[in-house]
Design a protein around this ligand. Structure first.
Ligand code: NAD
Length: 258
């Protein structure tokens, strides 16, 4: 039997990168997937790719309370309930030291990566509780367990995401809901390309050199593929992880081993 047979999953930031890979993986394992993001065009393409009988979408900005409430309501109306919530939407912000970092950018990163996760939890937990339990995954990062010069907002936000995950795990355990974080190192998506270019001072061509430096620091000598993060997200959503909650799960090619 498929590992998520008849389950319903809601994935924020589901139109691209890691979110879309998770949606595709869940759908392949028998789940219905409800995707939210800020770009309707990208959402439509994602639903086409997965198959409209297994997927639907809503345009929803995770920083807005009403959008979070509506996305959960629309998901439940469409697929009859909610079993799995993946708080995946996130932005990287800029690469600058704290002394030069723009306050508005800092606040935007916190709004999407922290307030957005909190709002998602606020509305998803009651819906999952109505089903008698389920699984929640918060997309943090290796940036949630270490510092990194130039990325203050992102680092702070991904640390905060772990705090939210742990608190939600304790609050939701009596409802049969498990909550875990996934903490990837570099993954092959738009976000890493943006960071490489920013670390290269805005020069996309020089970004290739930055990428090489990043890869050199990874024992497995490559970035993760989004599909590999999706494999971990599948395990954490499935019954195979039934006794795992409140934990961080690093997927980073061995970078933190040394
Ligand atoms: P991505 O930019 O490809 O995908 C992020 C998605 O979130 C996009 O589709 C974007 O439109 C959406 N989004 C942005 N702001 C939003 C908002 N306000 N409301 C709703 N959706 C919004 O990046 P990705 O690499 O797929 O990142 C997914 C998650 O994984 C993020 O939380 C990111 O921080 C985390 N992560 C990524 C990496 C990496 O190397 N790519 C590493 C560790 C953690």
């Amino acid at each position: 039997m498929a590992r998520l047979q008849d389950k319903v999953a809601l994935i924020t930031g589901g139109a691209g990168g890691i979110g879309l890979a998770i949606a595709q993986r869940y759908a392949n394992e028998g789940a219905s997937v409800f995707l939210t993001d800020i770009s309707e065009d990208a959402l439509k393409k994602a639903v086409q790719q997965i198959g409209p009988n297994r997927a639907d979408y809503a345009v929803a900005d995770v920083t807005k309370p009403e959008d979070n409430q509506r996305m959960v309501e629309q998901c439940v109306a469409k697929f009859g309930g909610l079993d799995i919530f993946v708080a995946n939407a996130g932005i990287e912000g800029e690469v600058k030291p704290i002394t030069e970092y723009d306050l508005k950018t800092f606040e935007k990163v916190i709004a999407v990566n922290v307030t957005g996760v909190w709002l998602g939890l606020k509305y998803a937990i009651p819906a999952i509780a109505k089903r008698g339990g389920g699984s929640i995954i918060v997309m943090s990062s290796v940036a949630g367990v270490i510092g990194s010069p130039g990325m203050s907002a992102y680092i702070a936000s991904k640390h905060a995401a772990i705090g939210l995950m742990r608190t939600a795990a304790l609050e939701a355990a009596p409802m049969g809901i498990r909550v875990n974080s996934i903490n990837p190192g570099p993954v092959e998506t738009r976000m890493m390309e943006s960071l490489e270019t920013q670390f290269a001072g805005g020069d996309a061509a020089m970004g290739a050199g930055v990428r090489q430096q990043f890869v050199e620091r990874i024992p497995l000598k490559r970035y993760a593929r989004p599909e590999e993060v999706a494999d971990l997200a599948l395990f954490l959503a499935s019954e195979e992880s039934a006794y795992i909650t409140g934990q961080t799960h690093l997927i980073e090619g061995g970078q933190r081993a040394g």
